[in-house]
Design a protein around this ligand. Structure first.
Ligand code: UD1
Length: 366
């Protein structure tokens, strides 16, 4: 029986950990799972709602770190996670994704000599101004087992001299959650609530510091939003950081003035958001995960970034990289994606990744 600590910290972690914990509970003779929440995200809409929607068990331990600078947040997780690992003595710690909590917990384990497995290993944007890229590079260096979502990730790791025997291509565990929850999401009334039931609409999400922490890129996205909104309504669930910046830059009134073509709302839970984007004709986003979720459901996606660590969503999916340098480019790409949708699916995005992850943890190792 393997005792495993599963770490969650921020919103994009919950849908990756839920299927792993569920599979461990189903395979209870092989695994004893614990869930540790670092508390990086703490708002009800950014955290609690996801536990409910994804049927994730309450965390066994909550570290309550909250927001802070990158150094302060990473340090707080490192300091508060260490005594948990020392007292629990797990066989494995599983970390997912690329948030500050991911790196902090991997570093803690590496120092304690506790084995750590990284789910979603090997993704690279090659943009070191992105905090997540630093987290990915370092977490992969520190991990004993690298569980990858796509073959490009294996190649990235091998190019960084990570030994092949540490790498397992298991597929995309976030897609396990998506398939598992599609039916429950059908019960959500969010399309009715937002007034988009039965009509063509788009969805926008935006939260990356490079897009929202300066006035100029944010303004360019709003320009594009006005033009796209003239063709079809756009729903815009705003991350707390984004809403704060819109207020600070005096841009909130501009977004609100675009109503009802642009419908600003609070961040949505997992099921409501799934119900919303699964019916959209187009998604615009700077998120990593949403590039993958739209590919899994054949929804056209425009990525509002200059690069992506998920190139497979372009080569085998619906994603197009458009950046935020120019409002006209975003608008033209949006209209092209609406007029010429694409369909295809990456290998092993089949809803079975969690069991492959568990099997990799069970393999005998030196
Ligand atoms: C984090 C992740 C990012 C992920 C994103 C998804 C890192 C480096 N970044 O970015 O990869 O895509 O989560 O949401 O780990 N805030 C709240 N309530 C919350 C959480 C945050 O109001 O529950 C506000 C705070 O003002 C905080 C700011 O958002 O300072 C940023 O939060 P933080 O967790 O530092 O980074 P995110 O931008 O959310």
């Amino acid at each position: 029986m393997l005792k495993v600590i599963n770490v969650v910290g921020a919103r994009p972690n919950f849908m990756k950990v839920a299927p792993i914990v569920e599979a461990m509970r189903r395979r209870a003779t092989e695994f004893a799972p614990l869930v540790v929440h670092t508390g990086q995200h703490y708002d009800a809409r950014m955290s609690e709602a996801f536990f409910r929607d994804l049927e994730l068990p309450e965390p066994d331990v909550h570290l309550g770190v909250g927001s802070g600078t990158h150094a302060a947040q990473t340090a707080a997780v490192l300091e508060r996670f260490e005594p948990v690992v020392i007292s629990e003595q797990p066989d494995w710690v599983v970390v997912v994704g690329d948030v500050n909590s991911t790196l902090a917990c991997a570093l803690c384990c590496a120092k304690l000599g506790v084995r750590v497995a990284h789910v979603e290993a090997g993704l690279r944007s090659r943009d070191r101004t992105m905090p997540e890229e630093i987290n990915r590079l370092l977490t992969d260096q520190l991990s004993d087992l690298l569980l990858t979502p796509s073959p490009d990730a294996d190649e990235n790791l091998l190019a960084e001299n990570i030994p092949r025997e540490r790498i397992r291509f298991v597929g995309n565990v976030m897609i396990d959650s998506l398939y598992a929850q599609l039916e429950r999401a059908n019960r959500s009334r969010i399309r009715e609530e937002l007034g988009v039931k039965g009509i063509d609409y788009a969805v926008l999400t935006l939260h990356r510091p490079s897009n929202v922490d300066a006035r100029e890129p944010l303004t360019r996205v709003l320009d594009a939003l006005a033009r796209i909104g003239a063709r079809l309504p756009v729903v815009f669930p705003a991350h707390p950081r984004t809403r704060r910046r819109l207020e600070e830059f005096g841009l909130l009134g501009r977004v609100e003035a675009l109503a009802p073509r642009v419908r600003l709302c609070e961040p949505l839970g997992y099921l409501d958001f799934l119900r919303l984007y699964s019916g959209a004709k187009l998604v615009l986003t700077d998120s990593g995960g949403i590039q993958e979720e739209t590919t899994a459901l054949d929804i056209p996606c425009l990525t509002l970034r200059e690069n992506t660590e998920r190139p497979i969503t372009i080569t085998h999916g619906t994603n197009r990289l458009v950046g935020t340098a120019d409002a006209a480019t975003i608008t033209a790409a949006a209209f092209d994606a609406l007029d010429h949708p694409r369909e295809s699916r990456p290998p092993l995005w089949d809803g079975q990744a969690a069991d492959r992850i568990l099997n990799a943890l069970l393999e005998p190792r030196a």
